[in-house]
Design a protein around this ligand. Structure first.
Ligand SMILES: [Zn+2]
Length: 73
C-alpha cells in the first residue's frame, strides 16, 4: 500500500472517514432499522497533520484494498 501524505510525507497512519446511511422506522413500539447502505469513503486524512489525501490519486488496486479493509463497497 503506497499511501503518502502530500504535506508531511507520513506513510504510516491515516484517518479514513466513511459515511453510512441508515433508515430508521419510527412508527411502531420500538425503533427499527429497515435499511442501511454499505459505507462509502468520503474523506482520507493524514493522521499526523490532517492534510487531505486525494483518494482518487490511488490506483484501482489500492482503492479496492482500502475499501475492503473498511467494509465499504
Ligand atoms: Zn501529513
Amino acid at each position: 500500500m503506497a499511501l503518502t501524505c502530500p504535506d508531511c510525507g507520513n506513510e504510516k497512519s491515516f484517518q479514513a472517514k466513511t459515511l453510512q446511511m441508515h433508515v430508521v422506522q419510527a412508527g411502531g413500539a420500538e425503533l427499527e432499522l429497515s435499511d442501511q447502505s454499505t459505507p462509502a469513503i468520503f474523506e482520507l486524512l493524514c493522521d499526523e497533520c490532517e492534510t487531505e489525501v486525494d483518494f482518487a490519486s490511488l490506483d484501482a488496486e489500492e482503492r479496492r484494498e482500502l475499501m475492503l479493509l473498511l467494509g465499504a463497497g
